[in-house]
Design a protein around this ligand. Structure first.
Ligand SMILES: Nc1ncnc2c1ncn2[C@@H]1O[C@H](COP(=O)(O)OP(=O)(O)OP(=O)(O)O)[C@@H](O)[C@H]1O
Ligand SMILES: [Mg+2]
Length: 410
C-alpha cells in the first residue's frame, strides 16, 4: 500500500508499507530539489527513506485517538493499529497543510480554494443535530462516505466551514476553516462551556487563542473554534502548516503524557528555543500557556495540546487550544500531564516546584513567580467580563466551579 503525501499543492513524498521494513516515508526527489521545508521537524529532508520508527509518530499523530479512533476503526472495519489504512480513509484534510491521498486518487490538491459550491456543500443545522445525536453509530469525521477528515484528540469533532451564519462541508480536497466539538455527555455535559470559559479567560488575560463560539441548535450544544491553521487571502481559503510537539519530537500519541514517555515542560521549552523564529518571544509565550493551564486546573495539557505552526517560512507557537478546567470533573485525574518541579499531583505543586522548574529552564525563580502572579491578576479581572457573557446564561454552575478551582495560592 502506498499513499501520496502532500504539503499544500506539493507532493512531499510517499508513505508506504513494505514487507521487510514496515511503514516507511520517502521524500519525492522533486520535493527535495524544490527548496520546500520538511513536513515535520522530526522528518528531516533526506534522499534516504525514513524508517518506521521515525515516521510513524508524525503520521499516526494526525489521526484521532482513544475512543474516537476505536469507533472509527470499528466503523470502517480497519484495525486501530493500521495507520496507513486509517490515513487512506481519513487523511484528506488534516491538521496543518498535510493531505494524504490514496495511490489511485487523481485529485489535484491546491494551495488556495474558492469558497464556491464546487468546493463546499451546505450543511443544514438539522443535519448537524442529527450527526451529533448519531455519534455512537457514525463518527463525525466520517459523517459522509466521501469525506476524508482527520484531527488528533480523543473528543469527537467535525472540521467544517462556518460563514455568514451557515455551515458547509469541504469537498474535492478543500480545507475546513472551523472545528465543531460537541459537548460531553452526563457529567461532561458542561465541557463545551468549560472550554469556552477557559479560552475566553486566556484571551482576556492576553494570550493568543482561536476565536470560539458556544453554540446551541435545539438542545444540542457545541463549541465552534476557528482554525488558526487556515487563512483567507484574496477571498481564497488556504492552509498553514502546523504540527504538535509530540509529532515534532517524534513521540507517539499513545505516549503523550510525560509519565508514559511524553515530553516534559523542559523538552518542549527546548524544542521551541531551538526551532522558532523568535525564541525569546515564543518561549515566554509557552511559559504563559503552562502557567495558565496550571492556574485553571487543566491536568490534560499534554504534548499534543501544544503545537508549532509555520506561516510563511517562520516557526512559531500556535495559539492556546483545548484549554479546559479538568479539575471541574472529580472523576478525571488530578495528575498533571507534565510534572512541575517534583510533582504531578496538581494540589501538591508548591513554590519550591516552581523554583525547580525555573532552574531546569535556566530562568530566575522570581521572574517565573512574577509571571504567575500577573497572570492570576489578569484572570481575576477577566472573570468579571466573562460572567456577563450572554452565551453563558445557562452555565452559572460550571462558571462557579471553575472560579473555585483556580490554583492561585502559591
Ligand atoms: N482552533 C484550532 N485550529 C487549528 N487546529 C486546531 C484547533 N483546535 C484544535 N486543533 C487541532 O486539533 C487537534 C485536536 O484538538 P483538541 O486538542 O481541541 O481536541 P481534543 O479531542 O479535545 O483533545 P484531547 O484528546 O487532548 O482532549 C489539536 O491537537 C490540533 O492539532
Ligand atoms: Mg487535545
Amino acid at each position: 500500500m502506498k499513499l501520496h503525501v502532500y504539503l499544500g499543492e506539493n507532493l512531499a513524498g510517499h508513505l508506504e508499507s513494505t514487507s521487510e521494513r514496515g511503514v516507511v516515508f520517502s521524500y519525492a526527489t522533486d520535493y527535495l530539489k524544490s527548496g520546500q521545508p520538511p513536513i515535520s521537524l522530526s522528518l528531516p529532508l533526506q534522499a534516504n527513506e525514513l524508517p518506521q520508527k521515525a515516521c510513524i509518530p508524525f503520521f499516526e499523530g494526525l489521526l484521532p485517538e482513544g475512543n474516537v479512533k476505536k469507533r472509527i476503526s470499528e466503523y470502517l472495519h480497519i484495525s486501530e493499529k493500521s495507520t496507513l489504512k486509517l490515513l487512506q480513509e481519513l487523511g484528506g484534510e488534516c491538521a496543518g497543510m498535510i493531505s494524504i491521498l490514496p495511490d489511485d486518487e487523481h485529485l489535484q490538491i491546491k494551495n488556495a480554494y474558492d469558497f464556491s459550491p464546487e468546493n463546499y456543500e451546505s450543511l443544514s443545522e438539522k443535519k448537524i443535530v442529527e450527526y451529533i445525536q448519531n455519534i455512537n453509530v457514525r463518527p463525525l469525521l466520517k459523517v459522509k462516505n466521501k469525506l476524508r477528515l482527520s484531527l488528533a484528540g480523543a473528543q469527537e469533532k467535525l472540521p467544517l466551514v462556518y460563514a455568514n451564519d451557515k455551515f458547509y462541508l469541504p469537498k474535492n480536497g478543500a480545507p475546513s476553516t472551523h472545528i465543531l466539538k460537541p459537548t460531553g455527555q452526563g457529567p461532561l455535559s458542561s465541557l463545551s462551556a468549560n472550554e469556552y470559559i477557559c479560552t475566553k479567560l486566556a484571551k482576556y488575560a492576553g494570550l493568543p487563542v482561536p476565536n470560539v463560539k458556544l453554540m446551541q441548535i435545539d438542545e444540542t450544544e457545541f463549541l465552534l473554534a476557528e482554525r488558526y491553521d487556515r487563512t483567507i487571502q484574496d477571498g481564497k481559503i488556504q492552509r498553514i502548516h502546523q504540527e504538535d510537539t509530540c509529532q515534532a519530537l517524534g513521540i507517539l500519541s499513545d505516549n503523550k503524557y510525560q509519565n508514559d514517555g511524553g515530553p516534559s515542560i523542559a523538552d518542549i521549552y527546548e524544542l521551541i528555543k531551538n526551532n522558532t523564529t523568535i525564541p525569546l518571544l515564543e518561549t515566554r509565550t509557552f511559559l504563559q500557556y503552562v502557567l495558565f493551564n496550571f492556574i485553571i486546573g487543566n491536568c490534560d495539557a499534554h504534548g499534543k495540546n501544544y503545537s508549532l505552526m509555520f506561516p510563511k517560512g517562520s516557526v512559531k507557537l500556535t495559539p492556546l487550544y483545548d484549554a479546559v478546567c479538568t479539575l471541574a470533573y472529580p472523576n478525571l485525574t488530578q495528575k498533571l500531564s507534565m510534572k512541575i518541579g517534583k510533582h504531578y499531583e496538581i494540589r501538591k505543586v508548591n513554590e519550591y516546584d516552581f523554583e525547580l522548574l525555573a532552574n531546569q529552564l535556566g530562568l530566575k525563580a522570581k521572574a517565573l513567580m512574577d509571571t504567575y502572579h500577573k497572570l492570576i491578576r489578569k484572570i481575576e479581572l477577566s472573570l468579571k467580563v466573562i460572567k456577563e457573557d450572554p452565551s453563558l446564561r445557562k452555565h452559572d454552575d460550571i462558571f462557579e466551579v471553575i472560579v473555585n478551582k483556580l490554583q492561585k495560592n502559591l
